[in-house]
Design a protein around this ligand. Structure first.
Ligand SMILES: C[S@@+](CC[C@H](N)C(=O)[O-])C[C@H]1O[C@@H](n2cnc3c(N)ncnc32)[C@H](O)[C@@H]1O
Length: 380
């Protein structure tokens, strides 16, 4: 197959992502236009794609209809009739959808909308759903361990300096990323390493480290002095972690496979750490703007099972923390069950631990991805 031209590739990318982001809304229109008739899989996707172009991407009607009909094969007549009718009834279809519940208007699973309304009320839920419907910005973090990074990035007018080492850009700056001048990362990812605040010369454990976005910032905060054990249960992900650490000039990290929930002997023997970062696996409910798949694969029961795993991970890691040391627990979830709930459960069974601070980043308010971080200290 011939490669697409860059504008066509960008257009295809837009169609795919906008369709996936709006599936429920597109189905609402398709079902209304077909009288709720059963549609085979292919026809349904063609209608979703056609309606997406017509109503959400502003593609001229003749182009959206003709191209979709041309791809339709034997369901061409139906697709043609439905899309032409959609064009004629656009205003009515739009005003009907405005009367629909948030789960339809913003294409989110019903259970999630119900859960969020219970947690944060309707106004914040709507703001969050609305936030998740926009394409995400691309951000990079300057790599302070690269001696030329500040000068070189300052010479790139395509980067908008946001302060604190972060830049926003239209497209990822491939060459600068390849040379390790910066790392593609949302600003919300910096809160946990900064909250941990490791100092040069300290012993640090980053126990869920791959692919290493936070490890590289920890090394930068430590001025590449001291030691970081960067471990992860997934050996596949360790390969990317190693590449990232090398490219970003991290010299103080020791990379090892280690599953905190296994009985294996730790790769660092009986070492105890000044600081531990636990950036645990989570529902990703704070990054749903960036990761469209999340809303469609998440199941309600997962919140409780994730919270169990997260609590076990923290409890396992506590044995490696020195008395007087700090541990930062972090997620890219905005769900209290995975955040405050886990911290509360850990504190209840560990009187030697105390929480000194916590921060929840809420996307519509902070205008970044969502995240949570809490700093716990172990009494000496
Ligand atoms: C949110 S990601 C970490 C992202 C990473 N900190 C970064 O900033 O690039 C969570 C990681 O935890 C790892 N993980 C999951 N269960 C684990 C366990 N039991 N022990 C250690 N690592 C685990 C996963 O393989 C995954 O790489």
């Amino acid at each position: 197959m011939a490669a697409l031209s860059p504008p066509n590739a960008a257009f295809l990318h837009d169609i795919v992502l906008t369709t996936l982001r709006n599936v429920t809304l597109l189905d609402f229109w398709a079902d209304h236009l077909t009288g709720g008739k059963h549609l085979d899989h292919r026809t349904r996707w063609l209608l979703r794609i056609g309606l997406c172009q017509l109503f959400l991407l502003g593609v001229p009607s003749h182009a959206a209809v003709n191209e979709t009909v041309a791809a339709a094969g034997r369901s061409g007549a139906l697709v043609n009739a439905v899309l032409r009718r959609a064009g004629r009834e656009e205003a009515a279809l739009r005003s009907m959808s405005e009367e629909q519940p948030l789960s339809v208007r913003y294409s989110h699973p019903e259970f999630l909308v119900r859960r969020w309304i219970k947690i944060m009320g309707k106004a914040k839920t709507e703001a969050l759903c609305q936030w998740n419907q926009e394409p995400p910005s691309t951000y990079v973090r300057l790599n302070g361990l690269h001696e030329e990074a500040s000068t070189r990035l300052a010479q790139m007018p395509e980067l908008e300096d946001l302060g604190d080492g972060f830049y926003r850009c239209e497209a990822a700056p491939r060459e600068a990323l390849k040379q390790g001048l910066c790392y593609a990362q949302d600003p919300s990812t910096a809160h946990a390493p900064r909250m941990l605040a490791p100092k040069p010369g300290e012993m640090v454990l980053d126990a869920c480290a791959a692919p290493g976005g936070k490890t590289t910032l920890l090394a930068e905060l430590m001025c590449n002095e001291g030691r970081i054990y960067a471990c992860d249960a997934s050996s596949v992900r360790l390969a990317r972690l190693r590449d990232n650490l090398t490219r970003l000039k991290v010299r103080i990290a020791q990379v090892n496979a280690f599953d905190l929930l296994s009985d294996a002997t730790p790769p660092f023997g009986d070492l105890q750490f000044d600081r531990i970062l636990l950036d645990v696996p989570c529902s990703n409910s704070g990054v749903m703007r960036r990761r469209i798949d999340v809303r469609w694969r998440l199941q309600e029961a997962e919140f409780a099972s994730l919270a169990e795993t997260q609590k076990s991970i923290v409890e396992s890691a506590l044995r490696f923390l020195k008395p007087g040391g700090s541990l930062v627990y972090s997620t890219c979830s905005i769900d209290p069950e995975e955040n405050q709930g886990v911290v509360k459960a850990v504190l209840a069974s560990h009187p030697e631990m105390e929480m000194l601070e916590s921060r929840l980043v809420f996307p519509p308010k902070d205008e970044t991805d969502g995240a949570f971080a809490a700093r716990l200290v172990k009494h000496a």
